[in-house]
Design a protein around this ligand. Structure first.
Ligand code: UD1
Length: 344
């Protein structure tokens, strides 16, 4: 029996590469398109080293319809698409809104066109807990209100969800699953793939691990005067491999015709709110490595606290994010060490 073929856009990126590994391990045939704007070809070596399989790779841009057409002709029978190809830096999106709207929305519309043209059965979209803004109540469920976006990046996630919903409601003959990620962190336990930050990291974990290894002098903790037990912000940090596995379940569900609705939305989080200071403590005790840090002022636009109610994903998908946070921190640290070894 031939393997079910899945197109993974942005498949050499952070979450895309981990998902590709899990798809291959689950017996899927993966085709990747990535423009390498925030990743590199060596990620394919990591995927191959872990799985023993080198996925088909096309260096190209999802914004280019003719490239997509060529892929669907060269790799017939694609049954599912998992769409990771998007820009994701909140601050940059405020500086370059058109880049974000063009890149994140054009690519989505192109892919939806391909879904209809080539009879793809299932479409998985990477959304974010950013759609809930600053929630009135935690943990947030999928029914929690959508708040006005605070950045063009966040707005692209909201608009993308609407574009997908409208397309499905128009009677298009496919299913979609929207996955709202909380804060994905960590790396594959093999330390052969992980997050590749370009320049100075904006996100907490890459900044923390770079500080722990001495690339950065100290980590700035943005605010300790929030209305939380220790005053620092609270997030729901979810292991990237756990997150990747949810994509495999989602795409399978649609291909096997098991969706309960043609569009389904799931929160992907652990259900545990952890503060920035608690996270630093967890990292230090799990790895034995100290992270020099200081408290500075709040970062503009930050949410005070948000964590998931993942009950729907737990019950409907049969998926749980159960990797202990300490293990996730060890994986992030091993990955940082792997990057340092490669450089030396
Ligand atoms: C943000 C976006 C999210 C996006 C994610 C990845 C919002 C509300 N959230 O998440 O949608 O998917 O980026 O790009 O737009 N922190 C420090 N010091 C640092 C870095 C971060 O204290 O050097 C703190 C932040 O203040 C925050 C927490 O760590 O409280 C997590 O920050 P970060 O990793 O940047 O993710 P979010 O802002 O939660």
């Amino acid at each position: 029996m031939s393997k079910t073929r899945i197109l993974v856009t942005g498949g050499t990126g952070y979450i895309g590469s981990h998902t590709t590994v899990e798809l291959i391990n689950a017996g899927f045939d993966v085709v990747i398109i990535d423009n390498l704007s925030n990743s590199n070809r060596e990620v394919l070596d990591g995927i191959e080293a872990i799985t023993g399989v080198r996925p088909a790779f096309i260096e190209g841009d999802v914004n280019d319809l003719s490239t997509l057409d060529c892929i669907f002709q060269a790799y017939p029978g694609i049954e599912g698409i998992i769409n990771f190809a998007a820009s994701k830096a909140v601050g940059e999106s405020v500086q370059k809104p058109l880049l974000y709207y063009r890149n994140n929305l054009n690519s989505l519309m192109n892919l939806l066109e391909m879904v209809e043209k080539y009879n793809v059965k299932g479409f998985v979209f990477s959304s974010s807990c950013t759609v809930y803004g600053e929630p009135d109540v935690n943990p947030v469920t999928e029914e929690s209100p959508i708040k006005p976006a605070t950045s063009p990046y966040g707005n692209t996630k909201q608009i993308s969800e609407e574009i997908i919903t409208d397309t499905i409601r128009s009677g298009a003959n496919f299913n979609a699953i929207i996955l709202r990620y909380f804060n994905p962190v960590g790396a594959h336990p093999s330390a052969l793939i992980g997050e590749l930050p370009l320049g100075v990291p904006q996100n907490l974990i890459p900044y923390l691990t770079q500080t722990a290894i001495g690339i950065r002098k100290e980590l700035s903790v943005f605010g300790n005067d929030y209305d939380t037990p220790d005053g620092s912000c609270i997030r729901d940090f979810i292991n990237v491999v756990d997150l990747a596995k949810a994509h495999v379940i989602a795409v399978k569900r649609m291909i096997e015709g098991k969706s309960l609705d043609c569009i389904e939305i799931f929160n992907l989080g652990t259900g545990n709110g952890v503060s920035v200071l608690e996270l630093i403590d967890t990292f230090e005790s799990a790895t034995g490595v100290k992270v020099p840090h200081k408290i500075v002022g709040r970062r503009e636009g930050d949410i005070e606290k948000v964590w998931a109610n993942p009950k729907k994903a737990n019950e409907v998908l049969g998926w749980v994010a159960d990797t202990p946070l300490a293990d996730t921190m060890v994986s992030a640290w091993k990955w940082q060490q792997h990057l340092a070894e490669k450089k030396s």
